[in-house]
Ligand binder design. Structure first.
Ligand code: ARG
Length: 468
């Protein structure tokens, strides 16, 4: 028996009772979301199975109807997975496409599935389940990248390189320390996704259109079946809330910002001028005209992804701004933003993980660069404070004069003679030369969180344990 088969010439089979004619083609085009929300098919089916099982337990539908509905939905799931499911734009969205197909397969019981439910709580539930899955995927992706960075840090704990401020050589640091800086950033990202996930884990299902329902439903049961912590406590809020999507996008934007900073460093470091790092062929491309070129395209694209991810975040914020309670169709514009941002972020994480695993620091280049630009000037000033009891401000001034002298003689600080030094301050002794080497400089920075190989190894050990 076919109760509401879709008919091209009539109004929509799901809601067309009061309509004399079907929608204009343009109306159908602007209204349909099936082109993108088909990605939530598995979540939609899981939600419907949980809902119908609950309806049966509460004696709202019969056990046998619930069983028939479940079997029909599982058939649809396998049709979708095997690619033979026919999506229809006239049926607007994934919810109505699935329900209509269910009607074709099982007939009358299909019409009972939507009891005590609306597409408003249905879409909120599906979308939350989808976003929750993405949080899990991003958390795994972040952990993989963190592990790749920890491996780089462990192998390169002793490698010296210039540390920059204003992209001007500041003080020597270690390769391992630089890698571990990103581990800390990504760890904060990871905790943002964990945190967003725990806050989003309330079930909207059963909020119905906006006001709840008169049927004796059990919202704890459906919440539990779908892995939610609890049902949401206000039905108006439940159907109009998209905070979970905004939080996902916000955490994604910050994470993408971190990835873009690292990507920028890799672009700079892999250039002929720097040559700090060699990126693998697997994550580089060539030029079709210049045969010598090896371009860091993956890094550049990661650097760029932050644009569309943050664009999605701002885009959805603007959609939600000023929307009165409860559901408005505006909210259908939420999904593409999240889908695109999630895809972009997952791809960027995977590409960055591959690049980091493959890249090779150029030790000799890094050593030379670490010693350039008077990078141990602060060590010299610190020596004057420690050994001569000089106030730091005065030591800073004396060191400045020594730097000026070295600059004039076109040499580095360790190349000045003791006479040169004593001409500026006669208390300086031979001992100072022990503190001007880059190796000494990094080894001395043993303060907690500092750049010394010793501190880096402590952090590597800590993170290896956390990530294991
Ligand atoms: N396709 C819709 C969306 O994505 C589903 C909800 C429709 N609800 C409604 N009252 N028209 O938001």
């Amino acid at each position: 028996m076919v109760l509401f088969m879709s008919d091209k010439n009539s109004s929509n089979a799901m809601w067309g009772g009061r309509f004399a004619s079907g929608p204009d083609a343009i109306m159908e085009a602007i209204n349909a979301s099936i082109g993108f929300d088909k990605r939530m098919a598995a979540q939609d089916i899981a939600g419907s199975i949980a809902h119908s099982a609950m309806l049966a337990k509460q004696d709202i539908i019969t056990d046998s109807d619930a069983e028939t509905i479940k079997e029909g939905l599982l058939t649809i799931l396998s049709e979708i997975e095997s690619g033979i499911f026919k999506y229809s734009t006239a049926l607007e969205d994934i919810h109505m496409n699935i329900e209509s197909r269910l009607q074709e397969i099982i007939g009358e019981p299909a019409g009972r599935l939507h009891t005590a439910r609306s597409r408003n709580d249905q879409v909120a539930t599906d979308f939350k389940l989808w976003t929750r899955d993405q949080c899990d995927a991003v958390i795994l992706g972040l952990s993989a990248l963190m592990s790749a960075l920890v491996n780089q840090a462990e192998a390169g704990a002793d490698i010296v390189m210039p540390g920059f401020t204003h992209l001007q050589v500041a003080q020597p640091v270690t390769w391992g320390h630089h890698m571990m800086a990103y581990v800390e950033m990504l760890a904060r990202d990871r905790s943002r996704f964990v945190d967003a996930r725990s806050r989003m884990n309330e079930s909207p299902l059963g909020a119905a259109a906006l006001a709840g329902t008169g049927f004796p439903i059990d919202r704890d049961m459906t919440a539990g079946a779908l892995g939610f912590d609890r049902p949401s406590a206000n039905s108006l809020d439940a159907v109009s809330d998209r905070d979970f999507a905004l939080e996902f996008l916000s955490a994604s934007s910050i994470c993408a910002t971190h990835l873009s900073r690292f990507a920028e460093e890799l672009v700079i470091w892999s250039s002929a001028q720097f040559k700090f790092v060699a990126l693998s062929d697997r994550f580089s491309t060539g030029s079709s005209i210049m045969p010598q070129k090896k371009n860091p395209d993956a890094a550049e694209l990661i650097r760029a992804k932050v644009g569309r991810i943050t664009g999605s975040f701002v885009g959805l914020l603007m959609v939600m701004k000023g929307l009165p309670l409860a559901y408005s169709k505006d909210m259908q514009e939420d999904k593409e933003q999240v889908f695109d941002a999630a895809d972009s972020l997952m791809l960027a994480l995977a590409a960055m993980t591959g690049m980091v695993a493959d890249m090779k620091p150029n030790v000799s280049k890094l050593e030379v660069a670490a010693a350039s630009g008077f990078s141990t000037a602060t060590d010299l000033a610190d020596w004057l404070v420690r050994e001569l009891g000089m106030p730091f401000r005065e030591a800073h001034h004396v060191t400045g004069s020594l730097v000026a002298k070295a600059e004039k003689q076109r040499c580095d600080l360790p190349d000045l003679s003791l006479d040169d030094m004593q001409a500026i301050n006669n208390q300086i002794t031979e001992d100072v030369f022990n503190f001007l080497s880059v190796q000494n400089s990094v080894a001395s920075r043993k303060s907690y969180g500092g750049t010394s190989p010793e501190q880096v190894r402590l952090q590597v050990a800590r993170w290896k344990e956390v990530l294991a």
